[in-house]
Each structure stands twice: as structure tokens, then as C-alpha cells.
Ligand binder design. Sequence first.
Ligand SMILES: Nc1ncnc2c1ncn2[C@@H]1O[C@H](COP(=O)(O)OP(=O)(O)OP(=O)(O)O)[C@@H](O)[C@H]1O
Length: 257
Amino acid sequence: MEPIIETKGLSISFGGHTAVDGVNISVPKNHFKSIIGPNGAGKTTFFNLLSGQLLPTKGQIFFRNKEITKMSPTERTCLGLGRSFQITNVFPNLTVLENVRLAVQSQAGTRFQMLAHYKKYRIFEEKAAEWLELVLLDNKKEIVARNLAHGEKRKLEIAMLLALNTEVLLLDEPTAGMSVEEVPAILDVIRKIKRGNDRTILLIEHKMDMIMDLSDSVMVLFNGKLLADGTPNEIMKNEIVQSAYLGGLYDVNSVKA
Ligand SMILES: Nc1ncnc2c1ncn2[C@@H]1O[C@H](COP(=O)(O)OP(=O)(O)OP(=O)(O)O)[C@@H](O)[C@H]1O
């Protein structure tokens, strides 16, 4: 299948340190790929390169066979490559619904003045409410964002990302900082997006069970290099991955053949 995202020799160095080192990947459309690796392996830096927050020192990035290596983050989002909003991008004094409505509006390319047109405003709001239903936040629509629990804020970020309607979603540790009780709800949301079968998802995660459950493939970064890339089963059984990263802690026998 034709790749939707491809990287060729993607590298970035900070001073003398190469954080991402010659990474080649090819991700097919509607694929779910997880990125794992120990702390400092280069996972977030790799996302920053894909989303345009950082420009590579070497190498290229292609989106639907078009080179995007030097494009700005906004240009990439317009093309269809979206990165989850960080909590810092959420407007804390606006309600949950208003935050998502603004994301819907930005996707529609509508300026603030258009709010005067009540009908259009209603359509944006209805669409925003649909995204909130999908992430199980529809009962929090009128809550001011700053008053949400941490897990709810992460769900809001995902709703805002979905509202941008990008074909590719980059999710950077969506469960980070969540309580054990909050994780299943986020997992449900990601499963629902996956079932829709119309998005390509790249996920950085540390939770191995979640990775095994969701991924079509897993890539392993280690010291900025691509150590392995394969199905979840292949990765779990890969001896180099075992010794370099998993340290034998994950029970290989629990992985279904
Ligand atoms: N802007 C920067 N300037 C200098 N060094 C950086 C910068 N961004 C990342 N690094 C370095 O690059 C390396 C990779 O960092 P990165 O955050 O991508 O790792 P990670 O795999 O996402 O780790 P974690 O799992 O802890 O989030 C680290 O050594 C980090 O200190």
C-alpha cells in the first residue's frame, strides 16, 4: 500500500548530540503505529520533526509522497498531519465546548467575524458537541477548561485534534500523568478512533499493554536510532529489543502468536 508518511534518513543534532539518527519509516494509510523506547530515546523529538516544530539537520519527510521537510506546522496541519494539542494550547478560561468549537472553526478556515452569523456558529457548535461525545466529555461541555481534571484535559486535547479533521494523528503519551482510573476512558477513545478506520495514528506510549492492544506495528527508538520496526509480536520477541529496552521485564509468553 502507498505510504501516507515516509521519512528518509531523518536526523537532528543538538550541539554534538544526535537525538534522531538516520530514521527511515514508511507508514501506510489507516495504519496504527506505536513508538516506544527508553527515556531520552528521541521519541518526542521524532514527533517534533514530523509535525514541523523542529527542522531536521539531515533527511526528508514525505506526506502522501509530497516532500514536507521544510513546511511549517500550520502548513502540515492544513495538509492533514495533526499533532495533539498540549494542555498549554487549551484556552483555560473558555468552556470545553468553546475550545473545541474554535478548533472546528479553524479547520473550516472561518474568521472570528463570522461568529456574527448565528447559523454558522450553531453548525460549528453542533460539530464540536459531536467530537465531545466521541471522547466522552459531552457532560462537561459548559465547564470552564481550567476546572477539568487532568485526564479530562487530555480528552479535550484529543477532541480538539479530531476537530481539525486531519488524516494523520500524532498522539504523544495521551495517558501521561493520568490516574489509573482515568486510563480506560482514554483507551476507549483511541479504540473508537481506530475503529473508524479513516485515520492513520502514530502513538508514543510507555504502557506496553496499551501498545499490544492497539498497534498494527511498533517501532523502537534507542539512542535516536531505529532499533526495530515490526508487528507487536515481532517486537516483543526481538532479542535485541528485549535486551536493549524491555530488559526481559515483559513476559514474551503472554504475547499471542
Ligand atoms: N531542544 C533540544 N535541545 C537540546 N537537546 C534536546 C532538545 N530536545 C531534545 N533534546 C535531547 O534529545 C534527546 C531525546 O529527547 P526526547 O525528548 O525526544 O526523548 P524521548 O524518547 O521522547 O524521552 P521521554 O520518554 O523521556 O519523553 C534527549 O537527550 C534530550 O535531552
